[in-house]
Design a protein around this ligand. Structure first.
Ligand code: SF4
Length: 257
């Protein structure tokens, strides 16, 4: 399979074939396979533990994948520090994408700076400004979007494939860790000595923006600390369209790492 045609022109058979191929490869093989298909490959990292595993593979194997992050302006200091630490460790550049100040000002005027606690609409509007708009810039011109989605992260992600067509963004989404469980992730991080966010050790398995992430209690699902004041059905941020399709109450314009 080569990407001589734009992603939207690929058949569902092509994408299913790629999904089958990726299933038989290890992480580095999956990334190298996609990088060898001919289109621009963009990986957006939230600096979470899964994304650190992917960044380490890209850096270690010097793969031609653009690594980007959405610097929302509301990240934990630990997350911001990890960006530069990771760049130094793997001798790579992580490109930061920021929200527009005019959009932030308009949001604050309408909802208040922390208006996301008041309604799902307000929360999705904030995610739109701080995540979705920067994401669109990060993915501009990309044929493939690599993510750290795993099937074990939540019920909404239980059927995550290795490759899927993202019709809204007109690209192929690649989830090379779809079949990894959290214990495998942790073991890999330990063996490879991959730098991770210190918040993971303080009860934060999933880390997003500071005001929208809390630590979880033993036995809670991995993403229970994300937008904890909302119902399960709405707790994605719109970055991942397939999640939204399954969570039918989510409006079309809200984001997540
Ligand atoms: S996670 Fe919270 S602070 Fe971050 S963009 Fe979404 S609503 Fe805004």
């Amino acid at each position: 399979m080569t990407i001589n045609t734009p992603p939207h022109a690929l058949s569902s058979h092509d994408v299913a074939s790629l999904d089958d191929t990726l299933a038989g490869l290890d992480l580095a093989g999956r990334l190298a396979c996609v990088a060898g298909l001919g289109g621009r490959v963009v990986f957006t990292t939230s600096l979470g533990i899964e994304d650190q595993v992917i960044t380490a593979a890209i850096g270690t194997h010097r793969l031609p994948v653009d690594v980007s992050t959405l610097e929302t302006g509301r990240l934990f200091p630990e997350t911001v520090n990890l960006i530069s630490e990771t760049e130094e460790r793997y001798d790579i550049k992580i490109k930061r994408f920021y929200p527009e100040q005019d959009d932030i000002d308009a949001y604050a005027a309408k909802f208040g700076l922390n208006g996301f606690y008041d309604s799902v609409e307000a929360r999705h509007a904030c995610c739109h400004v701080r995540k979705l708009v920067p994401l669109a810039k990060a993915l501009d011109g990309a044929s493939f979007w690599v993510t750290g989605l795993r099937r074990g992260q939540s019920g909404n992600r239980a059927t995550t494939p290795f490759a899927e067509f993202d019709a809204e963004r007109n690209l192929i989404k690649i989830n090379p860790l779809a079949d990894w469980d959290i214990d495998t992730i942790k073991a890999h991080v330990s063996v490879e000595n991959i730098p991770v966010n210190p918040l993971h050790g303080r009860g934060y398995p999933s880390i997003g923006c500071e005001p929208c992430t809390r630590s979880i209690k033993p036995g809670e699902p991995e993403r229970a600390g994300r937008w904890w004041w909302e119902n399960d059905e709405t707790r994605e941020c719109g970055l991942h369209v397939a999640d939204e399709r399954q969570a039918s109450t989510i409006p079309s314009a809200s984001p997540d790492n």
